[in-house]
Design a protein around this ligand. Structure first.
Ligand code: NA7
Length: 901
């Protein structure tokens, strides 16, 4: 029964493939939904012959099949539209904010007619297998209806949510009543009046259908395994403000959408939740709730809502409060309230009267977490606790998302007879979500690795197809006939995907985004979480860098293989560097010391405020030659706490005890220790060895005044970043040489350790990563004369290292100082000092101190705090919140961005 229900309707027009000749085209496009239609249009414009193939009886893709009551899109329809032709936009007007399935289907039919696309589409035709013919350099497709197809290029426009998941519950075949799938709803509708109906599943489909079914059915029983967050859609006319924006300047609106994070133009939110009062947060939330817009509520509340568990928990609780306010029965309200995943990590739903439906007398919620389904019987559904007599069962159980429809063509056999199922046995591997190594000339539209389901699909689809068709045209012009991703490029993309998955909380939920909804499916975050705009930039960069990561070949032309990885930086580091590049700043070293200090002050004003700690205080301490200011960060927990003496970065010239404020707060919170940031003296006013001597004197003073500062008596710890890392390292050497103070451990973050500039990292990262070689030269010149530079107080690498406190040395891959940091760690280890290294892959000099900006640095910051706790003899903390529980296994380990050396 279920298999029959999920199979497409049989059709009398099916032919006998054996009797049919092969259809020869340049391109075969599988799927006639949003993606397939646009692909056919673009291919025809480009002068390529193409055929579309679809199992359905007409165009529409997922909108052809998903006809259940209440089916609508959940991106506002003015955004969920084609944008490639302004005349098309002018020719169609949506009647509602969120169009119904029939209206969307009419729209797709209208587009097919307008561009006369149906003549190139073979409906009721399923592609049963695809094989790469090495000799012909073409794909051979077999079908279940009519001619097989031979094509140069094979585009899978099969959709992300089009392969329904089987019901996975025993006994469906025994049920005597009617069984329906929301994903394969009968075209002539279903009359549920007077029926006892069950709905299994409370994802978007269930949540949209349940209120409609409740109105018709005599009795509705909803079987819920996991509650989902749902928000009122407030459907109606297209909102005037959005229409005003769109119609005011359509081209700009569309262009902003193309470069936005999710494919809908909303501004980037900058306020962080901990800066807002309860009342401010509530006001923002109420505005979002009233708007009825998924992208708005997912992005516009506060900047940390999607990246930080604490910021997210605040939204989740406000939604749960709404549920409690709507649903009268407290037990039902509790069962409907999600607690097992962050808000937005599983796709929230847009609903119309969903929660209020549970106040109806004819609706019952069965919480499958408390009473799992035992079986479906002839008369209904039996749980652990009771039996329900039913006339109808509706499965709203979702899809084998992202990969299901692609792998449904089986086998897809690439080079050397390897099938795609084999290549993806451990989860999908792609380059850009568009191509797969070993499968030349195969393209996927919104495949795994594309922003796809985390974006406005219309925007992603147009970008993908434009990119692919433009490539085919460029290849034709250059005489190439095959294009294939390299293994290196594909592996790099997997790493980049894993890095990106640290930017959101999707990794913390078991969902169809991660493959967790299908038993036995390999798990990992499948959509690209780096955002639509950045993704578009990367695709453009691939082309700009000579088709980086692709092998191109053709008869009569020399093969081209520009092997490599397109993104080696952490995704947020890339954004920061791109932003800095766009600012076109003058080199800092040209500003003079005062100018550079003023620049840094201004620059720091734009960063997110650091997190709250128990207390921040200021005071003066005794330096080597007079009083120095300090800033003290105290944890909120009861003390006394061990003390970390911290030295800020700034090349011995810039910064002060406040300039690394977010990092000091972060270390204080994570380590649960006091951080005292020292305002040591700077050059050019106070040149070498002022900073070094102040470092030692300040540490001695703090150790001696630990009790006064509310700290724990006994050894202190030292830490520092950049030139501050140099001061911290030197302080440890001076403390050992001069008999104190006692230091229990040193944290050196991207430290300056030597005056030699000939290490490879100085050449490799000379420019382009903010801290340049030129800037380092300038810092050295201001701080220290050439004659003094080999003094261990300037170049601690040249000092006596045995007997120093244990060290945790952090370096960043794209930092001129990388190799001297590594050299120092190795030299310490050789001298018998216990050392741990953290090599920040894809990071730059400022990654770890840019708290709440370089989110991917959080893993490293957590490890630094753990190291500091270890030095202080404190027990290991249980999981850090922002890199903690990860039920989802990614394609590659999540913590590779901070690989231990
Ligand atoms: P979803 O979002 O995958 O929802 C499927 C629902 O069905 C979900 O609540 C599942 O619970 C439930 N489910 C799945 N299998 C079972 C079994 N065997 N027993 C009980 N309950 C089950 O699919 P939708 O069609 O609603 O929406 C898909 C997307 O389409 C949507 O996000 C929009 O983007 C459009 P679980 O959460 O797995 O415990």
């Amino acid at each position: 029964m279920p298999e029959a229900m999920v199979a497409p309707a049989s059709d009398a027009t099916r032919g006998n493939p054996a009797q049919n000749p092969t259809q020869e085209v340049d391109v075969a496009v599988i799927g006639a939904g949003f993606a397939g239609l646009y692909a056919l249009h673009r291919l025809r414009q480009a002068g390529l012959t193409a055929v579309g193939l679809d199992e359905a009886g007409d165009v529409g893709g997922t909108w052809y099949w998903n006809r259940y009551p209440g089916a609508r899109c959940d991106i506002q329809t003015i955004d969920y539209s084609y944008t490639f032709d302004p005349a098309l936009e002018g020719a169609w007007t949506w009647s509602e904010k969120y169009a119904t399935q029939p209206e969307i289907l009419r729209y797709l039919g209208f587009v097919a007619d307008r561009y006369d696309l149906r003549r190139d589409i073979r409906f009721h035709t399923k592609v049963t297998a695809a094989t790469w013919d090495e000799g012909a350099q073409r794909w051979q497709l077999t079908t279940d209806n009519g001619a097989s197809v031979s094509c140069r290029y094979y585009i899978m426009a099969t959709g992300c949510l089009s392969a329904p998941k089987p019901p996975e519950i025993d006994g469906v075949k025994d049920f005597k009543g009617a069984v329906y799938f929301t994903s394969r709803w009968p075209h002539d509708g279903v009359n549920l009046a007077g029926k006892r109906v069950a709905v299994i599943g409370t994802g978007s489909s269930g949540i949209q259908a349940i209120p409609m079914i409740a109105e018709q059915a005599a009795q509705l029983t909803v079987f819920q395994r996991t509650p989902n967050f749902a928000l009122p859609a407030h459907n109606g006319p297209v909102p005037a403000d959005r229409l005003f924006l769109l119609e005011g300047d359509r081209a700009t609106y569309r262009e902003q959408a193309r470069w936005s994070p999710a494919g809908v133009p909303w501004p980037k939110q900058t306020a962080v939740s901990w800066q807002l009062s309860d009342a401010e947060r509530r006001e923002r939330f109420e505005t979002a709730w009233a708007k009825g817009d998924l992208v708005y509520i997912l992005t516009q509340l506060w900047a940390d809502q999607a990246v930080d568990v604490d910021g997210n928990a605040r939204v989740a609780e406000l939604v749960r409060e709404k549920i409690r306010g709507i649903v009268r029965d407290p037990e039902t309200a509790a069962a409907l309230s999600p607690h097992d995943h962050p808000f937005g990590a599983k796709r929230p739903c847009l609903d119309t009267n969903y929660y209020a439906t549970y106040n109806r007398p004819n609706v019952t919620l069965v919480n499958l977490r408390q009473e799992p389904i035992k079986a479906i019987t002839a008369s209904g559904i039996t749980t652990d606790k009771r039996s329900f007599d039913l006339d109808v069962i509706v499965f709203a159980t979702g899809f084998d998302a992202m990969t299901g429809a692609i792998l449904a063509v089986h086998p897809i056999m690439g080079r050397g007879g390897k099938t795609l199922s084999e290549a993806w046995a451990n989860g999908p591997q792609t380059y850009l979500g568009l191509t797969v190594a070993g499968f030349p000339n195969l393209f996927m539209v919104t495949g795994p690795g594309s922003p796809s389901v985390l974006s406005n699909m219309a925007v992603s689809i147009e970008q993908h197809i434009d990119w692919v068709v433009d490539r085919l045209v460029a290849m034709r012009e250059a005489g190439f006939t095959t294009m294939e991703a390299t293994e290196t490029a594909q592996e790099g993309w997997a790493r980049h995907m894993a890095d990106c998955s640290m930017l959101t909380l999707h990794r913390l939920a078991n969902t169809w985004y991660t493959g967790a909804n299908v038993p036995g499916k390999a798990q990992g975050v499948m959509p690209y979480t780096g955002g639509v705009g950045p993704y578009r930039g990367i695709c453009n960069e691939v082309v700009g860098r000579g088709m980086l990561g692709f092998k191109l070949a053709g008869p009569g032309v020399a093969e081209q293989c520009n092997d490599g990885e397109i993104v080696c930086l952490q995704p947020d580091v890339r954004l920061v560097l791109n932003m800095l590049a766009e600012m076109n700043l003058p080199p800092i070293e040209t500003l003079g010391a005062e100018g550079a200090r003023a620049f840094l002050n201004e620059f720091n004003k734009s960063r997110p405020a650091g997190r709250l700690v128990g207390e921040v205080g200021e005071g003066m301490l005794q330096g080597a030659d007079g009083p120095l200011p300090y800033r003290l960060y105290r944890p909120a927990t009861p003390g006394p706490h061990p003390i970390i003496v911290y030295f800020h970065g700034g090349g011995w010239v810039l910064g002060d005890e406040q300039s690394d404020d977010p990092f000091c707060r972060d270390m204080c919170r994570r380590s649960d220790m006091i951080v005292v940031s020292v305002g040591y003296r700077h050059a050019p006013e106070h040149r070498f060895p002022a900073a070094a001597e102040d470092g030692h004197a300040a540490t001695r003073w703090i150790a001696e005044h630990a009790a006064e500062l509310g700290g724990r008596a006994g050894p202190v710890l030292v830490a520092g970043w950049s030139a501050g890392g140099n001061v911290a390292a030197v302080t440890c050497q001076l403390a050992k040489a001069r008999g104190g103070p006692e230091i229990a451990g040193q944290l050196l973050v991207c430290p300056v350790t030597d005056c030699a500039f000939d290490r490879a990292s100085y050449a490799e990262n000379a420019t382009g990563y903010f801290l340049t070689r030129g800037l380092m030269f300038w810092f050295w010149d201001i701080y220290c004369s050439p004659a003094d530079r080999t003094d261990p107080r300037a170049s601690p690498l040249r000092g006596e290292l045995s007997g120093l406190p244990p060290a945790f040395v952090v370096t960043a891959e794209f930092d001129p100082l990388r190799d001297e940091g590594i050299a120092y760690a190795e030299a310490l280890a050789n001298a018998g000092v216990p050392v741990e290294q953290l090599k920040g892959r894809g990071h730059f000099h400022s990654s770890f101190t840019m708290v709440d900006v370089v989110i991917t640095g959080a893993i490293g910051r957590a490890r630094m705090a753990e190291a500091l706790r270890g030095f202080a003899g404190l027990p290991k903390q249980t999981t850090q919140r922002d890199d903690g529980a990860r039920p989802v296994r990614p394609a590659v380990p999540l913590d590779v961005n901070a690989a231990a050396g």
